[in-house]
Design a protein around this ligand. Structure first.
Ligand SMILES: [Fe+2]
Length: 490
């Protein structure tokens, strides 16, 4: 693995390597996933020597060895036992049945207050945030010249030739903060809650600066040691099936459904199938959509999906979450489908959840979110595109907010609780929506942008976007191994 990439990953986790250990890692380790497998279990930041690195690497190799033997045993026993029995999914966070949205302006105030409270709580005990004061105290003349920290929501910002001026608010007031270019490593995003450390100054004039920032901190997630299942089971992740569209990839889809019931050892241990929204193409989602539809009745679209689900082995729990094309309120957090849709599914192995939802599959926590807000990251964060949404997904985890921007393209419902805050750290974070495909590891969390089952649409052709369809991501919940199976070839 290249030295600069390796150093980047290590720095992100607060780890340093001795020169000989670094050389060893460079030679022996390939790719970010493998680095994470090796260093993922280290809980405290610090310096690692060659002996430490070598023993972690050897332990990993040994584990792989045992996994392989154990796996063969599992496969044999699976062949003898016709079905594996998976633990029922547990829903830990979901707006379904809990919506307290009144669609009044005051409710947005409540959502923001809840967001602020939750992120401030995440910052509590964060050693990076020193000398914390509130905005009211910051404005006191006695503060002038002191180095302090504030935690606030970014409510406006603009770039100047020398840096960025941002207005940051907390419940006690607001401050205008100036960041020199070199003190702002990533672009700000409105409505995020951040911590800023800097020198307090007495504001002059109406729009005066209250603080010159030295550092900015996002709440981020600490290096995470993922939970593992005690059962030898896997979860499969897909998204954006778009049944009903005339660009739905029926052949690829049907070969996937057949594979689920096949004897392939990777298929036999699948106990959960998560669909992260846009399971049908819907109706009236965009102008003249009827011209692109093969099934123009919304209920018939879901009935077609229900028939496929009947062909999925009963041992697999199918978990369906909505997206912006589905027949449920578009404002996020989206609740699970109503009874008019769920009653079309006769299989007993289907569970409907909202988006976002935090669920537990055999002890492993999975955050499921369709990904509609990726559009806002594309417009507001350099380096994010439909082809490559990875920076958006990283930023969601770093800012601990799935959809920060109110009043942008993601419709958000004013709930009294901010469901968009990631308070509990997931082991796996899955999204879809952009019809691309990505999987990577961020500070121990397995991040997946699940693939679609729709080929290039006219709209995508016009925008020169090539989707990556027919990829199924499989996560072995007991070993943490994440890989993919491809069902589409051109
Ligand atoms: Fe979508």
């Amino acid at each position: 693995m290249r030295r600069d990439a390796l150093l980047g990953i290590l720095a992100e986790r607060g780890l340093l390597l001795s020169p000989d250990a670094l050389e060893y890692m460079e030679k022996e380790v390939e790719g970010e996933d493998e680095v994470m497998e090796i260093i993922g279990s280290i809980e405290n930041p610090g310096i690692l020597g060659l002996d430490g690195v070598r023993s972690l690497f050897e332990k990993k190799i040994r584990n792989e060895g045992t996994e392989r033997t154990v796996d063969t045993g599992t496969i044999k026993s699976l062949r003898m036992l016709p079905e594996i029995k998976a633990t029922e999914p547990v829903v830990l966070m979901d707006v379904t049945g809990n919506s307290r949205s009144t669609a009044k302006v005051e409710s947005f105030v409540l959502t923001f207050q809840d967001r602020y409270r939750k992120i401030r709580e995440i910052f509590r005990g964060d050693i990076r945030v020193r000398g914390l004061v509130d905005m009211e105290a910051l404005s006191s003349p006695r503060m002038e010249g002191n180095t302090v920290s504030v935690i606030g929501m970014v409510t406006e910002f603009h770039d100047t030739p020398r840096g960025t001026v941002a207005l940051i608010e907390d419940p006690t007031g607001s401050a205008r903060v100036f960041f020199r270019k070199e003190n702002l490593p990533e672009k700000l995003i409105l409505d995020e809650v951040i911590a800023v450390q800097g020198r307090a100054v007495r504001p002059k004039g109406k729009n005066g600066i209250s603080m010159f920032a030295d550092s900015i901190y996002w709440p981020d997630i600490p290096i995470h040691t993922p939970n593992r299942s005690e059962e030898k089971v896997s979860a499969a992740f897909i998204s954006d099936i778009h049944i009903g569209s005339n660009t739905f990839l029926r052949d690829s889809w049907e070969s996937f459904i057949k594979w689920l019931a096949s004897d392939d050892p990777d298929a036999r241990r699948i106990a959960y199938l998560v669909m992260a929204g846009d399971v049908v193409d819907g109706v009236g989602i965009y102008p003249h959509q009827e011209e692109d539809l093969e099934i123009s009745d919304i209920y018939e679209q879901y009935e077609a999906l229900a028939k496929y689900v009947e062909n999925i082995p009963e041992r697999i729990k199918v978990i369906i979450s909505p997206g912006n094309h589905d027949f449920v309120r578009p404002a996020e957090p989206q609740p699970a489908f109503g009874e008019d849709i769920t009653s079309l599914f006769s299989s007993s192995n289907v569970e409907f959840i909202g988006s976002p939802s935090l669920i537990e599959l055999s002890g492993v926590k999975v955050l499921v979110y369709h990904g509609t807000s990726i559009n806002d990251f594309i417009s507001n964060l350099p380096g994010v595109s439909y082809e490559d949404p990875t920076k958006a997904l990283r930023r969601m985890l770093k800012s601990r907010i799935i959809a920060p921007l109110y009043g942008a393209s993601t419709p958000l419902a004013p709930e009294q609780t901010d469901y968009m805050v990631i308070d509990e750290i997931p082991d796996i974070f899955v999204t879809g929506h952009v019809h691309s495909y990505a999987r990577f590891n961020y500070r121990g969390v397995g991040v997946i942008n699940a693939s679609t089952w729709q080929s290039q649409t006219e709209y995508q052709k016009m925008n020169n976007f090539k989707p990556i369809p027919g990829v199924v991501t499989v996560a072995e919940l007991d070993t943490g191994r994440i890989f993919d199976k491809r069902f589409y070839s051109e």
